[in-house]
Each structure stands twice: as structure tokens, then as C-alpha cells.
Ligand binder design. Structure first.
Ligand SMILES: NC(=O)c1ccc[n+]([C@@H]2O[C@H](COP(=O)([O-])OP(=O)(O)OC[C@H]3O[C@@H](n4cnc5c(N)ncnc54)[C@H](OP(=O)(O)O)[C@@H]3O)[C@@H](O)[C@H]2O)c1
Length: 302
């Protein structure tokens, strides 16, 4: 296999086609906000059709109207769906298939976080998060990738996280869901090599979006990367797409964050463990000894 390295040091598999974004049908999950919305905005001048998924139908419709106003030749299909519900995902896939036909590129971007020490986590939130961040990704990929392989061209862009490559305090299930994304993306890429389907994983650090607020960590995940590494959703989307176009396996958006993440594997894991344990102890002291019963929507007695 021929390998090449980009100026940034990314490994590129030479000879692989670009993902069929240009004039293609691109399905984006989590397009109603943040990084997913930015991906839709930046893909709009290139794609033939965008299929936009999220729960908030109003947000999707607003985005559709603004994209069509700027790109009259673009087709935009909005599909309101709760990705944490397997049957709803099935319904959305059937509807999208009927109206959009074959999907050339799948962008698994939707995701939610949860900032809580493991013993204080709320099961309902954890379950919804795992269904959204893990099961929906596997379900959509399993449904759409066989067609790409049959056609000999396609692309999967997976939104992972730095949390999926390290030990993250007070976010055990979220971090684990992104470790799934890492393992899934790497294995998918290996399985699909030579089929014409490009697989790229993006592992951002802190990005300006609604994510932190929804995760219950306004101001950034405690114990996460320092705030100076924060980038805009637009920059994250731009660098994600640039890496995807080059067919790189893993994108770390943001220059300073990229340097940090490339150095990470050189650190002994014991250091990450100790650092995470120190942060978790600090968080426990600040949050007090709250139990999951004290959190909104907690599962008292369950
Ligand atoms: N922001 C960060 O600091 C950061 C860092 C690393 C990785 N990431 C990852 O980047 C991805 C995008 O996050 P973001 O920062 O753009 O967050 P965001 O602004 O909160 O956007 C999340 C998107 O996911 C959708 N979504 C959430 N739950 C859903 C469900 N059950 N069904 C359908 N759609 C759902 C939301 O749409 P609705 O609410 O309308 O359903 C929204 O469009 C996530 O996978 C996240 O883990 C983010």
C-alpha cells in the first residue's frame, strides 16, 4: 500500500479516491446545532443533496431555508429523528432512502455529553447518551455502508473526541462512548480499505457549541483540556472536511490541540490515570457528596 504524509504529518493512503462529497448525497446527523450545522453550511456549495437529521425540526427547517437561499441548486431534505430511539432511526432511514436515494457520505456527528462522577450519574441520561453516541452510529453505518461498498465509492466521517483517546474524569460513559467511536472508526477503515469508501475520524478538543451546556458543564468539561485550546465550530468543521478530503484516518482540529494530542501517546498511561484521579477528587470536593437521586431526572430507588 502506498503511503504519503501531509505537511501536518497526517498519514494519507495514496491512490485512494476522495470521499464523494462533490455533487453527492451527504447525510449529516446533529445538523441542528454546533459542528453539525457548520458541516452542513460548508458542504452546501459542494453537495448535490444534504440530508439533515436532528430532533429539533424547527432548527432544521431554518437551516434548510438559509441554505437554499444561498445555494438554489442544492437539494435539502430535513429528517426530524430521535437518534436514541432505534425504531425512529429505522423510520428515518426508510424515509431518507425513499426521498434521497443512495447516500454517498454519512457524517456521524450527533452526540451528547454528561458531566457527572460515575457514582452520581443519572441512568436515564447515560442510557440516552449511549444510544445516541454508540448505537445510532453503529445502526446508521451498518445500514448505509453496504450500498457504498457495492457502488465502489463512499465516505464515513465520524465525530469522536479527545475524550475517546484518554482518561476523562467525571464523564465515564461519555468518554467510553467516544472510545467506542475510536475503535469503531479504526476497524471500519481497516475493513473498508480497497473498497473505495473513505473513513475519517475527527477527535476535537473543546469547541464552541451548545455541547457543554447540554452536558451540564457550561464553561467546559472539568478535567478536560484547557480553555486556550478552544476553537469555533466553523474551524472544527473546516479542518474535519479538509482531513476527510485528504482521506486521513484521524483529524485533531486546531493547531495547538493537534500538538498536544500528537504528544499524548508518548506519555505513560499511568500519568493520565493519576491526573484524572486528581481531577475527579477535586470535582467530588466541589460538588459535595451528591448522589444520583439529587440530580434532576434521577432514578431514585430504580
Ligand atoms: N463541543 C465540543 O467541545 C466537542 C468536543 C469533542 C467532541 N464533540 C463531539 O462533536 C459532536 C457534535 O457536538 P457539538 O459540539 O456540535 O454539540 P451541540 O452543539 O450540542 O450539537 C449536538 C447535535 O446533536 C444532535 N443530537 C443530540 N442528541 C440527539 C438525538 N437523540 N437525536 C438526534 N440528534 C441529536 C443535536 O440536535 P437536537 O438537539 O436538535 O436533536 C445537535 O444537532 C458530538 O458527537 C460531540 O460529542 C464536541
Amino acid at each position: 500500500m502506498l503511503m504519503a504524509w501531509s505537511a501536518d504529518g497526517d498519514v494519507i493512503v495514496a491512490g485512494n479516491a476522495r470521499p464523494p462529497v462533490d455533487d453527492g448525497v451527504v447525510l449529516i446527523t446533529g445538523a441542528s446545532a454546533g459542528i453539525g450545522r457548520e458541516l452542513a453550511v460548508q458542504l452546501a456549495p459542494r453537495a448535490r443533496m444534504l440530508v439533515l437529521l436532528a430532533r429539533r425540526a424547527g432548527r432544521l427547517e431554518e437551516l434548510r431555508a438559509s441554505l437554499l437561499a444561498r445555494h438554489p441548486r442544492l437539494q435539502v431534505l430535513t429528517v426530524p429523528v430521535d437518534l436514541s430511539d432505534e425504531n425512529d432511526v429505522e423510520r428515518a432511514l426508510a424515509g431518507a432512502g425513499e426521498q434521497a436515494g443512495a447516500v454517498d457520505v454519512l457524517v456521524n456527528n450527533a452526540g451528547v455529553g454528561d458531566q457527572a462522577l460515575a457514582d452520581q450519574a443519572d441512568w436515564t441520561r447515560v442510557r440516552t447518551m449511549l444510544r445516541t453516541n454508540v448505537l445510532a452510529v453503529a445502526q446508521l453505518t451498518t445500514a448505509l455502508v453496504p450500498g457504498m461498498v457495492q457502488r465502489g465509492r463512499g465516505g464515513v466521517l465520524n465525530m469522536g473526541s479527545g475524550a475517546g483517546l484518554t482518561v476523562m474524569p467525571a464523564a465515564a460513559a461519555y468518554s467510553a462512548s467516544k472510545h467506542f467511536m475510536d475503535g469503531f472508526s479504526e476497524a471500519l477503515r481497516a475493513d473498508l480499505s480497497g473498497t473505495g469508501v473513505i473513513v475519517t475520524q475527527v477527535c476535537p478538543g473543546p469547541v464552541d457549541s451548545e455541547f457543554d451546556q447540554i452536558a451540564g458543564s457550561a464553561g467546559g468539561m472539568t478535567g478536560g483540556p484547557p480553555p486556550f485550546l478552544r476553537i469555533s465550530a466553523a474551524q472544527c468543521a473546516r479542518e474535519a472536511l479538509a482531513g476527510f478530503d485528504r482521506g486521513v484516518p484521524l483529524v485533531f482540529p486546531g493547531r495547538a490541540y493537534r500538538i498536544v494530542m500528537r504528544a499524548l501517546p508518548l506519555l505513560p498511561r499511568e500519568l493520565s490515570r493519576r491526573q484524572a484521579a486528581r481531577s475527579a477528587t477535586r470535582i467530588r470536593r466541589t460538588t459535595g457528596d451528591a448522589t444520583h437521586r439529587d440530580r434532576p431526572g434521577g432514578q431514585a430507588g430504580a
